[in-house]
Design a protein around this ligand. Structure first.
Ligand SMILES: Cc1cc2nc3c(=O)[nH]c(=O)nc-3n(C[C@H](O)[C@H](O)[C@H](O)COP(=O)(O)OP(=O)(O)OC[C@H]3O[C@@H](n4cnc5c(N)ncnc54)[C@H](O)[C@@H]3O)c2cc1C
Length: 435
């Protein structure tokens, strides 16, 4: 472990998803110096991994990449990717964050992102960026528009053959790189740590992720994405073009048996979006959404839902009780329809679980900020100042404070940036008054 270095910024943003990037850009445009700390090897969060976005069906990558690039090239923003936040405290005047830069085993200054190392690497491992549906190499750049474009070695799978080191034109591969500790001090911090999906393994009635052709909604996002694993819609087990695709709603939300009683707010809309995209790719396929209630809460969302119905997407009001492996790769969905038809079993070629949202970060032992009963960050004035946490000078935005779509995440990011900027201005005023 290398020794600690200290850097000072006006604002520290924890989490480089769409909310964090928007906070950083809004503050940097007001001339504040901003550090963005991201645990992943690239910024962009979940949004850069989506196919298209509701309700406009814009290409997610086309609208996220410019934000990522704007943050990376902004003179007032410094990105720290592949970093672990060890502690974030405010015992004294500035907020102090202790961080560890994880080793990429590739020198970030020397790497030119040419991917020669990746082509030379002989090891193939499942690519989690593509939902595990295709393979990547043991040395890799996460995806083609990742920022920064710096390769990293997955040491758990590297066989140390040295082919990457030999081919690298800038001698950037460094098998001896070590974790480096550093400290950031800042006047304010904004926590934008986002969400994770409810684990597919936690619901045994839905197969715990072990039934072939039962996939998650994020895997379907990748299948539908222009640079997805198959470049078309195929079912994973045998590459067949599916004729019947079902969505199981509330597969990880509004479910007390999983300890998740809240609604994740985006699942109805993303299922409708994916169903519409699927019907464009596979016009003859039957697409069915099993739902408890459709929550189309945002501007233009109800119309989006009505358009899906007009396109022939079938909506069946039912709670799915059980999912089992069917014959020849099919999936048997057992459900009780609300129209009184009783318990029915239907076979589908592919089933997508609309998993809900849980927090991606637990501050316990790292930062004294409180969480609410849903385990997302607690906001102390949810109505009139929804970005305030119970730690002075620390704000939050996006899915870190609860399930949220992109529109609300961006809006909240702007609000958090404004609160942070107001807080810094007030600090300055009180310093001047004392002087
Ligand atoms: C399948 C699916 C489809 C969706 N489709 C749409 C859609 O079409 N339209 C729409 O409006 N919304 C959609 N959403 C919702 C959308 O993804 C979220 O609204 C958005 O990603 C929230 O952005 P965020 O920045 O708050 O969180 P995230 O995207 O989760 O970003 C948070 C970032 O913080 C980082 N992080 C977490 N903890 C730490 C830590 N301790 N230190 C440093 N970094 C950390 C994470 O690595 C991540 O990069 C969809 C969601 C899903 C699951």
């Amino acid at each position: 472990m290398k020794s600690s270095q200290e850097m000072n910024f006006d604002a520290l943003v924890v989490g480089g998803g769409i909310a964090g990037l928007q906070v950083a850009l809004d503050l940097a445009d007001q001339n504040f110096n901003v550090a963005v700390v991201e645990k992943d090897s690239t910024v962009g969060g979940k949004m850069i991994r989506l196919s298209k976005v509701f309700p406009t069906l814009d290409c997610a990558s086309c609208i996220t990449t410019p934000k990522m690039a704007a943050a990376a090239h902004h003179e007032n923003i410094t990105l720290f990717t592949y970093c672990d936040l060890k502690s974030l405290d405010r015992s004294g005047e500035p907020i102090t964050a202790c961080l560890t830069q994880r080793p990429r085993y590739v020198d970030p200054v020397k790497c030119i992102g040419c991917r020669q190392c990746e082509y030379a690497c002989p090891v193939y491992v499942p690519d989690q960026e593509q939902g595990g549906l295709t393979a990547r190499k043991a040395i890799y750049i996460p995806f083609s528009n990742a920022i920064p474009q710096i390769a990293l070695i997955d040491v758990d799978n590297c066989m140390l053959c040295g082919k990457c080191e030999k081919i690298c034109p800038t001698q950037a591969v460094d098998f001896f790189q070590e974790p480096e500790d550093f400290t950031i001090t800042a006047k304010t911090a904004i926590l934008t740590t986002g969400f994770d999906l409810t684990p597919i393994e936690s619901k045994h009635q839905y197969g715990r992720g072990e039934i072939p052709n039962v996939i998650t909604s994020l895997q379907m996002e990748r299948i539908l994405a222009p640079h997805g694993p198959y470049n078309r819609v195929l079912r994973p087990s045998d590459g067949m073009e599916p004729d019947s695709i079902a969505y199981v709603q509330c597969a990880g939300s509004r479910d007390k048996s999983m300890g998740i009683s809240y609604c994740s707010r985006v699942c109805c809309m993303y299922a409708i979006k994916q169903a519409m995209l699927l019907s464009g790719s596979l016009p003859l396929a039957d697409i069915i959404i099993y739902y408890m209630d459709i929550r189309a809460f945002g501007k233009g969302y109800e119309q989006f839902y009505q358009n899906a119905k007009a396109m022939g997407i079938q909506f069946v009001k039912a709670k799915v009780a059980m999912i089992d492996e069917g014959e020849s790769g099919s999936v048997a969905v057992r459900y009780e329809a609300q129209d009184g038809e009783g318990v029915t079993t239907a076979d589908h070629d592919l089933v997508v679980l609309s998993l809900g949202m849980i927090p991606d970060w637990n501050p316990e032992g790292i930062c004294p900020v409180s969480t609410a009963s849903d385990h997302f960050l607690k906001t102390i004035q949810p109505k009139i100042a929804p970005t305030l946490t119970d730690m002075e000078g620390v704000f939050t935005a996006g899915a870190a404070a609860g399930p949220k779509d992109i529109v609300d995440s961006i809006t909240e990011a702007g609000a958090a940036a404004m609160e942070a900027s107001k807080y810094m201005a007030a600090m300055e005023r009180s310093k001047k008054a004392v002087a």
